[in-house]
Design a protein around this ligand. Structure first.
Ligand code: ZN
Ligand code: ZN
Length: 313
């Protein structure tokens, strides 16, 4: 089959990839579209030792298996199913877990992938591809609400206007929270759809009791630590692999609560997208073979999302 192979930081389009092996209680899924995400770019930089087919944000159609014919997305975390965490429903924290397209499991930047049936979630045919493919990052944004103590604070600062930061802002604004987003360039903020979201380019120290860092940068984290009031909750939402040199003393001095946040509930993400909180954002789609152009487009602020799809053959 055709698809992309990532090895030691370099991407290659291949047409001789081995077809996926379909295990017990798994289905074969034909990929329709897959999104390039910051994590894919981190993988290419060596964030995990990854050799294989990346891609974890996708929508596809089941070609064989229990859900044959269904349009699906997937919960990308595959737990062992046996350990205490898996049995308690926390498979995302299973020590033995593999993660589709990220850690020891082939992903969606190919014509086909195999997915355990229990990880597949059926998508309403009325939900357009351009929205359904956002289910994984929207789930990650919703996870913040799952984790936060209730009631939620009435206002929040989101730091960073990458794709995840923008989705976090939209999700939190949709639950009647007054959202301020701190951006480096106003160009990215043009993608925001909820007009109640306030866009700023600088922030006062000690000004927010709830902050979500989506910057993925040590300077963003530093800004967050300064902007936090004493006893604030700081949610770390993006992968930050280079925090060397960040002064963490505000965490102790201001008695901050730091809350790490990763993947979230896919079923709730589909429900959120289906409820019409968002219209399909401006995306551009390339065939797998045009990966170089796709990676270039991913650097441009004008596209909310860069998508990949199988080459027409
Ligand atoms: Zn992602
Ligand atoms: Zn387990």
């Amino acid at each position: 089959m055709q698809g992309l192979w990532l090895s030691k930081g370099s991407w290659a389009f291949k047409s001789d990839l081995l077809d996926p092996v379909i295990g017990l209680d798994e289905s074969l899924v034909a990929v329709q579209v897959a999104g390039i995400c910051g994590t894919d770019l981190e993988l290419a930089r060596g964030y995990y030792d990854f050799d294989g087919i990346p891609g974890h944000e996708f929508i596809g159609r089941v070609v064989s298996g229990a859900l044959s014919g269904q349009r699906v997305v997937a919960d990308i975390n595959l737990g062992c199913g046996q350990c205490l965490r898996c049995q308690a429903g926390a498979h995302r924290h299973c020590a033995e877990r593999v993660v589709i397209g990220i850690h020891q499991r082939a992903g969606a930047f190919a014509q086909f992938l195999s997915v355990p049936n229990k990880n597949l979630i059926t998508v309403d045919e009325r939900l357009p591809d351009g929205l359904a493919v956002l289910a994984e990052p929207v789930a990650a944004a919703l996870e913040i609400i799952e984790q936060m103590p209730k009631p939620l604070p009435s206002r929040v600062l989101v730091i960073g206007a990458g794709r995840l930061g923008l989705l976090v802002a939209e999700v939190l604004a949709s639950v009647d929270c007054k959202v301020t987003i701190l951006v480096r360039s106003r160009a990215r903020a043009a993608h925001l759809q909820n007009k109640s979201i306030q866009v700023v380019t600088s922030i006062q120290p000690d000004s927010f009791g709830w902050l979500v860092d989506c910057s993925g940068s040590s300077s963003g984290l530093t800004t967050a630590l300064h902007a936090a009031t004493p006893q604030a909750i700081l949610v770390l939402k993006s992968t930050l692999t280079d925090a060397v040199g960040v002064d963490l003393s505000p965490i102790m001095v201001k008695e901050l609560t730091v809350l790490g946040s990763r993947c979230g509930p896919m079923d709730k993400a589909l429900a959120w997208l289906g409820a019409g909180h968002l219209s399909a954002p401006l995306s551009v789609c390339y065939p797998f073979s045009a990966i170089d152009s796709a990676l270039e487009a991913a650097k441009e602020p004008k596209y909310f999302k860069v998508l990949l799809e199988p080459d027409q053959c």
